[in-house]
Design a protein around this ligand. Structure first.
Ligand SMILES: CCCCC/C=C/C(=O)SCCNC(=O)CCNC(=O)[C@H](O)C(C)(C)COP(=O)(O)OP(=O)(O)OC[C@H]1O[C@@H](n2cnc3c(N)ncnc32)[C@H](O)[C@@H]1OP(=O)(O)O
Length: 309
């Protein structure tokens, strides 16, 4: 499907309205429906599967899925959220009708507030292990995805939220200086693991990543764009339209060539975590279990609550 057609059809919401979706065979994916198909049966060109945390809608005619985070108040990445996210990605990855996914938030002003801090406070070693494995799993799936992945960042996106965006192929952010993005772990007194850092370095380069990570900077959208942390800024109301246009551009290429190129670019970084996965979990547990780190996290949570009052 031509880029302009996809954009027109996806429109502002980014979801193709049922009334104007072409039949499922429009993408030359195989023969048209059998003439034996009972007349009047819908071709079901759109599949959706939602859970408590994430809503996914796959438009089979374009091959584009829309994944929306919907976990109030701030889309924090809890164990449940991470698990649902990985399952949703796996479903799309295994669905032959899907070629790309646009990731965004259904909540106003927040893309994702990052890892759920309460999952890292006052819990058992077993819980920390399970939680960290889920964080690793999500990153391995998203960064290593064969799909075209576009992040439509429609709100603030600190730490783990930033990692989700960084793991996509392309980032478009709403042009609002109140929205910020970055790996701010240092501000919480914690340290982003090597694979967060590697993902960041691959996008902005070593110098910018070094300064930004050491300072735990959260960059307002215009600054994030200047640093190359996001690829484009657009007015918020144009975000989904733009994401659909970018997706169409990336889908215009043959999948196999793009996928092999992506693997070539990302494999070393992915392999590094795969090779050191258990060690990375042990490191996380040792670090997060320290009383000094627990204290920092508790203070940070208190600061968030105080900020409200
Ligand atoms: C040790 C190895 C490294 C581990 C790597 C860690 C990665 C991470 O992702 S750590 C998490 C980093 N995240 C943050 O620093 C974001 C903190 N949150 C905020 O800055 C703000 O909440 C906001 C900008 C995302 C949204 O601001 P606002 O709309 O004003 O909402 P509130 O601040 O009032 O928050 C509402 C509610 O949500 C709670 N909350 C916010 N973020 C988190 C979080 N990441 N985890 C858990 N809970 C979070 C916040 O405390 C409020 O709770 P209530 O007071 O109970 O309503």
């Amino acid at each position: 499907m031509a880029a302009a057609t996809l954009v027109r059809r996806l429109g502002r919401s980014g979801v193709l309205p049922l009334c104007c979706r072409p039949p499922a065979w429009d993408r030359a994916r195989g023969p048209p429906p059998s003439p034996l198909q009972p007349p009047g049966l819908p071709l079901a060109p759109c599949r959706s599967f939602s859970n408590n945390k994430i809503q996914v809608e796959l438009d089979e005619s374009s091959g584009v899925a829309m994944m929306k985070f919907k976990s109030p108040p701030v889309n924090s990445l809890s164990l449940e959220f991470l698990t649902e996210f990985s399952i949703s990605l796996e479903k799309l990855e295994n669905d032959r009708a899907c070629r790309g996914v646009i990731i965004t938030s259904a909540l106003p002003k927040i893309f994702s507030s990052g890892l759920d801090i309460t999952e890292m406070c006052g819990k058992s070693v077993e819980h920390y292990s399970e939680f960290w494995r889920a964080v690793q799993e999500l990153w391995l799936r998203l960064y290593g995805s064969n799909l075209v992945t576009v992040a439509a960042v429609n709100g603030s996106s600190p730490a783990g939220g930033c990692l989700v965006a960084l793991s996509c192929d392309y980032r478009i952010m709403a042009d609002n200086p109140k929205f910020s993005i970055g790996l701010n772990e240092a501000q919480l007194g914690i340290v982003a693991p090597f694979w967060f850092k590697d993902t960041f370095v691959n996008i902005v380069g070593h110098r910018i990543a070094e300064r930004s990570l050491q300072l735990g900077s959260l960059h307002p959208a215009p600054e994030a764009h200047r640093l190359g942390l996001v690829d484009e800024l657009v007015p918020e109301e144009k975000l989904m339209e733009k994401a659909a246009a970018v997706m169409a551009q990336w889908l215009a290429l043959p999948d196999h060539a793009r996928q092999l190129t992506k693997t070539m670019m990302r494999k070393a970084v992915l392999d590094r975590l795969v090779a050191h996965r258990e060690e990375d979990i042990k490191n996380f547990i040792t670090f997060i279990s320290k009383e000094s780190i627990q204290k920092s996290l508790r203070m940070y949570m208190e600061m968030l609550k105080k900020k409200k009052s």
